[in-house]
Design a protein around this ligand. Structure first.
Ligand SMILES: Cc1cc2nc3c(=O)[nH]c(=O)nc-3n(C[C@H](O)[C@H](O)[C@H](O)COP(=O)(O)OP(=O)(O)OC[C@H]3O[C@@H](n4cnc5c(N)ncnc54)[C@H](O)[C@@H]3O)c2cc1C
Ligand code: SF4
Length: 517
């Protein structure tokens, strides 16, 4: 086991071991750099992962106190993980790329009122080879020669209905889930416990891919149960190390450079909570934009009670997609687009959320037909707004004694218009197959896709980070998660987080070679 000294100022410190941090840490170690990865959660063994959603929610989920105002659940606004592997333990593995129009949102959509729409400082052409590398790394199905996953029943229903409605761009999705044995991991068993952590390891998670591979290099030390609270600056204004809490003790690790990949809420909290005379608004926040432009996608659902049995829970959750509504077609009454994917839910979740205020026969009649249910998730782009932001509560503290993050989010009128259209589009698909009943479910899921609070850009007055994710204000401080996204696109974000992390690792490697880091 590699162990680096706390005084070793030649190590790169990566905060968080999820999609961004796990990939960046491994890539830096593979390139010959020394890495200390600090992770707030504990490290599970494969034998700790069981096919039980409730049990795994307790083992994996970030449950430290958070607050919200506006649309989200005031007590549980964001769903992520606190464990080695981060939210790649809970995630369902859908890996679409951003489309070119989404990376040029300002040019394509025009000036949407009350938004801060911009074009990405990274072009679609520039990111394309990094997407290729990320897809190989994750073993994404339907890309780079990896076969698609086989169709489950929920997908077959979605596909049949969608084709009747005239949709054509349909398949079992680009998934970071093995369709064949690969990377010393088995192919998917199609049992449908994807959010429980995947007991067999068919789904890509950094816990059993990036982290052990990084450790094999002998240049990577993972320190679980280490909650970073401080980023220390030297007299030259550069980061000199980090402070973290481990088993009640405060520890300081020196560092050559630091990358924060705590998944938006925690990344933002760390920056805002590290204010100083030099950084009075929070670290790297001379633009005043840290915490602003928070985006989360909408995720609404439509359930169909179909004429026959579907058993929608018996398949890989998101292995089914209709892409035809993804494009930008303003004649629909909104800018941007959305994806239609398969999704199952447990009876408990449906009982609680399927029919708002549902009670009595209306609810039990649908639940009685659980085996006949088909389900879809509609995920759409939300534009960045300055007023959607993460701040620190002035007085409330969590168990670490840190200010509780407060998440404020409201739907933009563009999002409301897209949702209304999406519900109708989803309903049509099941009605085309003669569904007995179609239920439009609300946007009740806590945010799973978090983006935007430390956006990339070329102008330090209008962005927090450079196009390589280096903060404009502190030369050896990087961000390596969805906080970097200038806009949200209409698709799941993780493949893009991984592509940017791989690109950032190459940038860091070159900076070291040039003597600048
Ligand atoms: C149920 C669910 C399904 C999802 N499905 C998909 C999907 O199909 N496709 C997709 O693209 N995305 C999906 N996502 C989102 C995806 O999981 C995230 O986009 C991705 O994991 C984010 O990567 P990250 O590195 O930013 O954060 P994470 O993966 O959450 O990792 C952050 C890590 O940092 C640690 N950390 C935070 N703060 C500190 C600190 N101060 N000190 C030390 N450690 C810290 C956390 O404990 C955590 O382990 C899903 C999410 C959920 C919840
Ligand atoms: S369905 Fe596949 S990816 Fe999901 S938990 Fe089972 S084996 Fe893992």
């Amino acid at each position: 086991m590699t162990h680096f000294s706390l005084d070793d100022s030649s190590v790169f410190v990566v905060i968080g071991s999820g999609a961004g941090g796990g990939v960046l840490g491994n890539e830096l170690a593979q390139k010959g750099h020394k890495v200390v990865c600090l992770e707030a959660g504990r490290r599970l063994e494969m034998s700790d992962i069981v096919n039980d959603e409730a049990a795994m929610f307790g083992k994996l989920t970030w449950l430290d106190r958070r607050m919200a105002t506006g649309k989200p659940d005031p007590n549980f606004p964001v769903w992520g993980c606190k464990t080695v592997g981060g939210t790649t333990m809970h995630w369902t593995g859908a890996c679409p790329r951003f489309e070119p129009h989404e990376m040029r949102a300002r040019t394509t959509y025009g000036a949407l009122p009350d938004t801060t729409l911009v074009d990405w400082p990274v072009t679609p052409e520039e990111i394309a080879p990094w997407y290729d590398k990320a897809e190989v790394r994750l073993g994404v199905t339907g890309r780079q020669g990896m076969p698609f996953l086989p169709p489950g029943n929920n997908f077959k229903v979605l596909e049949a209905g969608a084709r009747k409605c005239g949709y054509t761009d349909i398949d079992t999705h680009n998934m970071a889930i093995n369709s064949i044995e690969r990377d010393d991991r088995p192919s998917c068993h199609q049992l449908g416990f994807c959010t429980s952590g995947c007991a067999v390891g068919a789904k890509w998670s950094t816990l059993y891919t990036e982290i052990p591979k990084a450790e094999e290099t002998g240049r990577f030390e993972l320190r679980p149960e280490c909650m970073v609270t401080g980023i220390e600056l030297g007299p030259d204004g550069r980061v000199s190390g980090v402070t973290y809490l481990h088993q009640g003790k405060r520890v300081t690790q020196k560092a050559r450079a630091v990358a924060v990949a705590g998944n938006v809420v925690e990344t933002t909290r760390l920056l805002l909570n590290n204010s100083s005379d030099r950084h009075p608004q929070g670290l790297a926040n001379s633009s005043g934009l840290v915490g602003r432009n928070y985006m989360r996608h909408f995720t609404i659902q439509v359930m169909g009670v179909m004429p026959g049995k579907v058993h929608f829970h018996r398949q890989t959750h998101l292995a089914g997609v209709v892409r035809d509504e993804r494009g930008h077609r303003p004649e629909r009454g909104f800018a941007g687009g959305f994806l239609i994917s398969t999704v199952p839910f447990t009876p408990e979740i449906l009982a609680k959320n399927m029919i708002t205020g549902g009670w009595g026969r209306d609810l039990t009649e649908v639940l009685d037909k659980y085996d006949q249910l088909a389900g879809m998730l509609l995920t759409g782009e939300d534009p960045p707004q300055l007023s959607n932001r993460i701040t620190l509560h002035p007085t409330e503290r969590d168990g670490y004694g840190l200010p509780v993050p407060v998440i404020h989010y409201e739907d933009h009128p563009n999002t409301i218009a897209m949702k209304e259209y999406a519900w109708k589009a989803g309903r049509r698909i099941y009605e085309a197959l003669g569904a007995e009943n179609v239920i439009e479910m609300g946007d009740y899921i806590p945010a799973t896709h978090n983006m935007g609070t430390a956006r990339m850009g070329d102008d330090p007055r209008a962005s927090v980070c450079s196009p390589f994710g280096r903060t404009h204000d502190v030369a050896n401080l990087y961000i390596a998660d969805g906080s970097l996204f200038p806009t949200a696109g209409g698709c799941n974000p993780t493949l893009t987080i991984v592509a940017l992390a791989l690109r950032q690792a190459q940038h860091i490697d070159r900076e070291v070679a040039a003597g600048r880091l």
